[in-house]
Design a protein around this ligand. Structure first.
Ligand SMILES: [Zn+2]
Length: 110
């Protein structure tokens, strides 16, 4: 590490500067790609809504976003409606938060 006439760490300072530049660039590219993705999704949803409307189908945005199925809760066995997309992700196995908590809590210590 060199110390210049002012007595401060030139190398370190330069290194930090370029790190910051690289980080800013990285953040900018992340933000840009995220915005592009969001815009694309919005465009697709708009197009779907437009085509459904043209076909005379009346559906809420909520319904368009995901097909639903009836499933049984793993804890209380009662039926509830879950989104297919959630089931694919391994979610929506319980009818409620309390049922999920019951199944996932280890009661054996009692
Ligand atoms: Zn349940």
């Amino acid at each position: 590490m060199k110390i210049d006439n002012d007595g401060y760490y030139q190398d370190l300072d330069e290194g930090r500067y370029w790190d910051e530049v690289a980080e800013e660039d990285f953040k900018d590219s992340l933000r840009a790609s995220r915005e592009a993705r969001t815009a694309k999704k919005r465009a697709i949803r708009k197009e779907v809504e437009k085509q459904l409307k043209a076909a005379g189908v009346q559906k809420s945005t909520h319904e368009i976003r995901g097909a639903k199925i009836e499933v049984n809760c793993l804890t209380c066995k009662s039926k509830f409606t879950a989104r297919v997309a959630d089931r694919k992700r391994g979610w929506a196995k319980y009818c409620s938060k309390s049922c999920k908590a019951k199944k996932q809590t280890n009661w054996s210590w009692l």
